[in-house]
Design a protein around this ligand. Sequence first.
Ligand code: 6PG
Length: 254
Amino acid sequence: MNPQLRIFHDFERLSRHAANLFVERSNRAIAERNRFLVALNGGGTPERLFQLLGSDYREQIEWSKAHIFWGDERCVPSTEEGSNYRQAYESLLSKVAIPQTNIHRVPGELDPTSASKQYAEVLKSFSDEGFDFPRFDLVYLGMGEDGHTASLFPGSPVEAHQPVIAVTANYQDRPADRVTLTQTVFNQARMIVFMVTGEKKAETLAEVLSDRYNPAQYPAQRIDPKDGQLIWLLDDSAASKLPRKLKGLKICEG
Ligand code: 6PG
């Protein structure tokens, strides 16, 4: 399915749009399947989204039927700053009436191999027919300046058949040992929303969205849902180097 590009003039509107998608997709999933399965990401970009979901948008979501997972996690104790779980817990999950049993964190305090095995079991317990993992209703992803997404980094094997893998990668000063879902899981999702902001990512983004397919170097290109929607939420700076051809297709908002 062709990706949709939505470009925003400011970060606040982009984040509000991402929050609206959460509300919309959760309502739909709960109406159709009586539960909403969402995978969150980490990093700076989703922080405002988490805050909004924990405040202005809080009452619009049936939290008792929402199940929270992570697309990737850094292997640090959940009390440490580098933990994606901790970030989402502090900004969002501690602010809403979600049962603790609906929060499915990666056990980041374990070594990456053990943590990925345990998480694969968790995914299995939510699996959809024919799979070892669930079809997520919504997945949020970010993209690094190097084209990584979740913890799928440049140079990692393009053919990943396991749903969850252990990874060691040096990126900025963030924790290196990680656990990540692979495209095997992501590409079965019903909707994937990338959020990418800032000029520093513009060049890589232009490459990722180009016709030049190089998923070994740009792991974000591995994301291509088979039977779901792929939406890129960008700010003006991140979109500044996209070719004219692509800009012609964009949906401008805000
Ligand atoms: C993580 C992420 C990772 C992130 C990108 C972008 O846990 O580190 O899930 O894939 O989305 O590195 O991070 P920023 O939003 O901070 O640029």
